[in-house]
Design a protein around this ligand. Sequence first.
Ligand SMILES: [Zn+2]
Length: 212
Amino acid sequence: MRVRRVAVDDMGRVQVSSTKPVMSLARNLTIRLPDWMFAELDLQSARRTDEERMTLAIEVARRNTEHGGGPFGAIVVEAETGSIVGLGSNLVVGHACSLLHAEIVAILMAQAGLQTYTLAGGNYELVTSSAPCVQCLGAVYWSGLRRMVCGAPLEAAEAAGFDEGPRSDDWKEQLARRGVSVTEGVLAERATDVLLDYARGGGILYNARVRA
Ligand SMILES: [Zn+2]
């Protein structure tokens, strides 16, 4: 099967072009966390402080780059106990999916593990090694999370070459109005180092406008 693309040029002429063959239409999608996460990380210990939680998110980001992934890590934690209920690293390249940012994966896994489409029934927070892009910001709105803790600032991800998308200047106030508080800059320097080391090492920049 070939896909035909129809476009209208500046003169109003219709142009039809054929793109490369499509093998099949996908019917399902499996998202799998890498085995190294469960082999190499301490996921059982409670993480009681923001710093302890961020240390794990940064470790996920760092190790993900060592295993060929993107430089982002995130966890979902039960706020009172510090239990880890969701874990995510950037899986964009390996899963051929532009949506699988670390924050998205951590939220997906938390909801899958807790068997709920909203985390609003508990007191859960997302701890992410890097401030969220426009997509992940949207996902936090719908997730039922109560709080988000960020490491590296948006500028650090952009300095590394990632496009984080347009966000309103009042994004934190907008989240607060929906019951999600935000804490920024936790272990920001260590989190930023992961991004910059990735860029220096020539890691893939998987932006929508950069061809693979
Ligand atoms: Zn994102």
